[in-house]
Design a protein around this ligand. Structure first.
Ligand code: PMP
Length: 455
């Protein structure tokens, strides 16, 4: 028996876990049964193992698939942004750790940039925290400020990690949906999706710790108006609630709309964390840099999370980002400033996607901001008989079918919903349009051929 066990351990190159499983089977030991409880996931991540990005990135990995799924620009980032990064690797001290809460030149550039939008000056070391992407900011804010049992209002649809991060913190998300106003045959726009102020107010109570806000919105592209934000601000003040405002698409707003920062509304600075992203600002999602801006009494708790988790972000990337920001800060009113040129470039792509989706008989919801467009695909009447056994929402089945049969990928919108509202959105899929013209050409070819087949 002992020999059999030794042989197993020596021969197997598998991890200790598998050896234990095999050994317990061979030797009839109860060791594994006892140890297996210790291998179990921590309760805080229970039920959070599936993830739409992991699942659909894998499905769309085949290079023959035209990927309009993941929000991943395939256009080139601005040349000066790439040049700044390539210069920095040669500077020795910029290859070492920097300040935990943000590289000095970057926090200085961010404070100079955002001072243009806030009434107050922003202290670079106490009111800004540089993080690993906007994800890092969301994580630090939720871990640093939200307690077990706290209620947090989440507007549906929502960027999917809000719910998971809140559940990891032991909080109770309280969902409130955006509802579509009747549009009487005209084009449907993201501004037709609004919160019912009474319904929103009914979700606030003394246990409400925070509200998660996202403007411009992913996936709808909604840009909240000043009046809509005022309703939210009034409720935050009335119920003494924090606001975590995810503004990663802040520069991507199309004509006729304006981005407002809720932190600049009276009484909101002291209760708001505003989140930005280098990935969205300069089309460099792989740089994984983001930032939180807010009052010292809130930011210090996010700093505590950061110093005990990731510690500090990559120095060369922070320095390159600082230099790139300085270039654009000096020419903010110039059409060449990337904050102005990218939305112009994307407006053309958005309009192209609207026409394309309409030309194949779909009714897209025209986004006022961001780089996603959603459309009700049930009108295509695809026969999903092959997938009749799957109990996934319609949009999951549809996108899987589309990737397999049409070589086109998108993201199911029910991934941005809680369990109870999935049905309301399961006919919608999200297409990303921050793509080269050649990628959009390939998508057009697929959709047009599909439409010809159907007619
Ligand atoms: N918030 C929203 C609304 C997003 O769409 C994304 C990225 N898709 C993030 C946060 C995360 O941004 P980052 O890549 O900077 O972590």
């Amino acid at each position: 028996m002992f020999l059999a066990w030794r042989r197993l351990c020596t021969l197997s190159s598998r991890p200790e876990f598998l050896k234990t499983v095999c050994a317990s089977k061979i030797l009839g030991l109860s060791t594994f049964a006892k140890m297996s409880l210790k291998f179990k996931n921590a309760k805080r991540i229970e039920g959070l193992d599936s993830n739409v990005w992991i699942e659909f990135t894998k499905l769309a990995a085949d290079p023959s698939v035209v990927n309009l799924g993941h929000g991943l620009p395939d256009i080139s980032p601005p040349i000066y942004v790439k040049e700044e990064l390539s210069k920095i690797a040669a500077i020795d001290n910029l290859n070492q750790y920097t300040w935990a809460f943000g590289h000095p030149s970057l926090v200085k550039a961010l404070s100079c940039l955002y001072e243009k939008f806030y009434q107050n000056q922003i202290n670079p070391t106490e009111e800004i925290l540089v993080t690993v992407g906007a994800y890092g900011s969301l994580f630090n804010a939720i871990q640093g400020l939200i307690d077990e049992g706290d209620e947090v209002i989440v507007i549906v649809p929502f960027y999917d990690c809000y719910e998971s991060m809140l559940r990891m913190a032991g909080a109770t998300p309280v969902f409130v949906p955006l509802r579509c106003k009747p549009v009487d045959g005209k084009k449907c726009s993201s501004s037709d999706w609004t919160l019912d102020p009474q319904e929103l107010a009914s979700k606030f109570n003394s246990k409400t710790k925070a509200i998660m806000l996202n403007t411009p919105h992913n996936p709808l592209g909604k840009v909240y108006t000043k009046e809509e934000l005022q309703v939210i601000a009034d409720l935050c003040i009335k119920y003494d609630t924090l606001c975590i405002s995810d503004e990663v698409y802040e520069w991507l707003v199309y004509p006729g709309n304006k981005h407002f920062k809720i932190a600049t509304f009276p009484g909101m600075w002291e209760r708001t964390i505003t989140i930005g992203s280098a990935g969205k600002t300069f089309s460099v999602t792989g740089w994984r840099l983001g930032w939180s801006i807010g009052p010292k009494h809130l930011i210090k708790h996010l700093q505590t999370v950061q110093q005990n988790t990731v510690c500090t972000c990559a120095t060369p990337l922070q320095e390159a980002l600082a230099q790139a920001l300085w270039i654009d800060i000096k020419r903010m009113d110039d059409p060449e400033c990337y904050f102005n040129s990218l939305p112009k470039e994307l407006e053309v792509k958005r309009d192209r996607m609207v026409h394309l989706l309409e030309s194949v008989g779909l009714k897209p919801i025209v986004p006022d901001g961001g780089y996603f467009i959603i459309a009700d695909v049930s009108l295509l009447d695809v026969d999903l008989f092959d997938m009749k056994d799957s109990n996934e929402p319609y949009d999951y089945k549809f996108v899987k079918w589309m990737i397999k049969n049409k070589k086109l990928s998108a993201i199911p919108v029910s991934a941005f919903c809680n369990e109870e509202t999935k049905l309301q959105f399961e006919k919608f899929v999200r297409f990303c349009f921050i793509k080269k013209d050649s990628t959009l050409d390939a998508a057009e070819e697929i959709l047009k051929a599909w439409s010809r087949q159907n007619s």
